[in-house]
Design a protein around this ligand. Structure first.
Ligand code: GLN
Length: 557
């Protein structure tokens, strides 16, 4: 047994930032020289979040190995160097699926299959497969204590303390301490109830992370400590912050990492947090400001484009620039109203998506960007749509479309490629319209070779890249000739030259569409080159447009 396990549960209500807290603890332990890994255990019954509507559940985060995972894995990867895979995200559905498959196979030898021990053992196995992978594994349990469907997970982690011993397990409970304005004070009762609930399941938390609008005084901490049976110095304030990347440093100031290594009996150096401190210094004093329009379907729920929002933020910080995002719902805004809004931005982004809703609005936005030389980034569906727009307007193919929205289009510039070589499995893949939903996508990291003299090659500075995909449809090679002749540049291809991964318009200040999702690999401490480049182009546009104002608009912060 090498790895030590930290279990993070949440109470009182959801959205307390449990995932961010887990990620920030990872960042702090990494800053102390430890190797970290993570796992998210989600109590819902879906086998994975791949088929879940982003409106309900937020973004589906894709890992290098092509797992469709919970968006918290995005936080974990952004805050640390952990490389996450399918084994780092389990749902109840996946656990039960495995138990039921075993039962059907006869593995239980005729025994009665029960939640305890069969389901809980399956959960423990999922957790314990991380043993040896890192010094510390941070396991976050989705949902809140008291949820019926979360019980098997809590029972499993309760048992793990007995199995692994005290110095190998740590329970952190994230709770809420509301500030009641009328009374002018913080209230500890919800936290007391939440811990009582957790203790009734048999878990005594070692550390309490108390989310609060204001700092917790010593008296409040003592009160919580008394009622919850936790040492006073292990009651930690998780105060609201303006920028999520401030959390690691704030937690450190509260002594959280010190308490964690003390509880787990790990000897480490003091954390080196200069990178995070420098980052925050830059975040707090941006010199410039740009406005980017994000034209999509899920704009009403910011969580649906989580990684994208973060990547734009990272690209901004790299340019000493604050990025303001104007979310435009492509189902509502069309025509003059859309053009009016787009006339006020410095860059336009069309993100990924599925299905035909909102497509005309996105195409209008792409036309606007192309014709008015506004820096443009199209991602996945956004890239496919800029191929369609260009085919219609510049290559004389007025009815060009994707077979995803127009099955019988005469010019399927985007279509389901019947056969393609899959680098990851080293086999030919077959896709057709009848293939089952969910199982036929190109998922995960694929290599892409960049052409010389392209926006992409300049941004990345290397010839070959690996980027993450999540889509079914592809660029149709039959149209490559005609589109290239009309002025579209194929800037990135799979190594066999068959899959078009990046298209560009060279006679434009910055216009790029990529079939992959670069946002999944952007980090605050290592911003993604495409976002850095895109924001820089937007900034340059703003400079140009306001040259009478002596350069870019300075931000007064
Ligand atoms: N719907 C498109 C496809 O399946 C694009 C998917 C996406 O944007 N992630 O190919």
């Amino acid at each position: 047994m090498n790895t030590k396990f930290i279990f993070i549960t949440g109470g009182v209500l959801s959205s307390l930032g449990k995932g961010l807290a887990a990620a920030a603890i990872g960042a702090l332990l990494e800053a102390r020289g430890l190797k970290i890994t993570f796992q998210k255990l989600d109590p819902y019954i879906n086998v994975d979040p791949g088929t879940m509507n982003p409106f309900q559940h937020g973004e589906v985060f894709v890992t290098d190995d092509g797992a469709e995972t919970d968006l918290d894995l995005g936080h974990y990867e952004r805050y640390t160097h952990a490389e996450l895979r399918q084994r780092h995200n389990y749902t109840s559905g996946r656990i039960y699926h495995s138990v039921i498959t075993k039962e059907r196979r006869g593995d239980y030898l005729g025994g009665t299959v029960q939640v305890i021990p069969h389901v809980t053992d399956e959960i423990k196995q999922a957790v314990l497969q991380l043993d040896g992978e890192a010094d510390v594994a941070i396991i976050e349990i989705g949902g809140t204590v008291g949820d019926i469907e979360g019980l098997p997970f809590l029972e499993a982690i309760r048992q793990l303390r007995g199995d692994l011993g005290r110095e190998h397990t740590l329970y952190i409970h994230v709770t809420y301490v509301p500030f009641i304005r009328a009374a002018g004070e913080l209230k500890t009762k919800p936290t007391q109830h939440s811990v009582k609930e957790l203790r009734s399941i048999g878990i005594q938390p070692d550390i309490l992370l108390c989310r609060s609008e204001i700092g917790l005084s010593k008296e409040i901490k003592e009160k919580i400590a008394l009622f919850c049976d936790v040492d006073t110095d292990r009651v930690i304030t998780a105060r609201d912050v303006k920028c999520i990347y401030d959390v690691p440093v704030r937690f450190h100031e509260e002594g959280l990492d010190e308490r964690v290594v003390e509880c787990l009996n790990i000897w480490t150096r003091a954390p080196v947090l200069t990178e995070w401190e420098d980052l925050m210094a830059r975040v707090k004093e941006p010199q410039y400001k740009v406005r980017i329009a994000m034209v999509g379907k899920y704009v009403n729920l910011r969580e649906s484009y989580k990684s994208l929002n973060e990547a734009l933020f990272h690209g901004g910080v790299a340019n000493s620039c604050q990025v303001e995002i104007d979310f435009i719902n492509s189902e509502d805004a069309r025509g003059d109203q859309l053009r009016e809004r787009l006339s006020r931005v410095d860059g336009i982004l069309v993100p990924g998506g599925f299905g035909s809703r909102g497509i005309p609005g996105k195409l209008d936005a792409i036309s606007y960007a192309r014709e008015n030389k506004v820096p443009f980034l199209g991602i996945c569906l956004g890239m496919q749509l800029c191929v369609i727009e260009f085919a219609r307007k510049k290559a004389g193919l007025a009815l060009a479309d994707s077979t995803e929205f127009a099955a019988s289009t005469p010019d399927p510039v985007i279509y389901l490629m019947k056969e393609w070589y899959d680098y990851r499995s080293g086999t030919m893949q077959v896709r057709d319209e009848g293939s089952q939903k969910g199982g036929t996508m190109r998922l995960g990291a694929y290599p892409c070779r960049l052409e010389a003299d392209t926006f992409a090659r300049k941004a990345y500075g290397v010839d070959e890249i690996f980027e993450r995909h999540r889509h079914r449809y592809e660029f149709n090679n039959e149209y490559r000739g005609i589109l290239e002749k009309a002025g579209m540049k194929i800037a990135g291809l799979s190594p066999d030259g068959e899959l078009v991964e990046i298209v560009e318009l060279p006679d434009h200040p910055w216009f790029l569409g990529c079939q992959f999702h670069p946002e999944f690999k952007s980090r605050p401490l290592n911003p993604h080159p495409l976002f850095v480049s895109f924001v820089r182009a937007a900034l340059a546009k703003r400079h140009g447009a306001r040259s009478d104002h002596d350069g870019a608009e300075q931000v007064v912060s």
